[in-house]
Design a protein around this ligand. Structure first.
Ligand SMILES: [Fe+2]
Ligand SMILES: [Fe+2]
Length: 145
């Protein structure tokens, strides 16, 4: 497995969880569970991806801008989750904020897969792509537990 395949596994989960979240309603166990699932997936993925994908890419001059951009979007998603944490789950505002987060997740993943992965593919060699996958997986699992 290479780093791109490893990252995509979480991306597919994030899409599924984000889509499920916006279909929930009110202060229900389904919504609590769907939000918990998306939040822990996002947090584990962001940290592991920053440590074992974006930081290594920062070593290249042409990897700096894309890494900064992606990490700042991770921060934006974290802030959106903070907003959700502070909003009453039964209020209409919660769903508005959840939809905003879901759209951001979809936008971020699309940009990573269609733009940043292509750029990173040219910077990293095959050995790095493979070893980063292992490091990422290990960190991702540690973050989730
Ligand atoms: Fe990602
Ligand atoms: Fe990301």
């Amino acid at each position: 497995m290479n780093i791109f395949e490893a990252l995509r596994e979480s991306h597919d989960r994030q899409r599924t969880y984000a889509d499920a979240l916006v279909k929930t309603s009110g202060d229900t166990p389904e919504r609590v569970e769907a939000y918990k699932q998306l939040k822990s997936e996002l947090q584990a993925h962001e940290t592991a991806e920053e440590r074992h994908f974006y930081i290594p890419l920062m070593a290249f001059d042409s990897g700096v801008d894309l890494s900064r951009h992606a990490i700042s979007e991770h921060h934006e998603m974290d802030e959106m989750m903070e907003e959700l944490d502070e909003t009453e789950m039964s209020s209409p505002a919660w769903l508005v904020a959840a939809k905003k987060l879901s759209e951001k997740v979809h936008h971020h993943l699309k940009e990573e897969e269609q733009k940043f992965f292509q750029m990173a593919g040219k910077l990293l060699d095959d050995k790095q792509k493979e070893s980063l996958a292992g490091q990422y997986e290990k960190e991702y699992k540690a973050q989730l537990s």
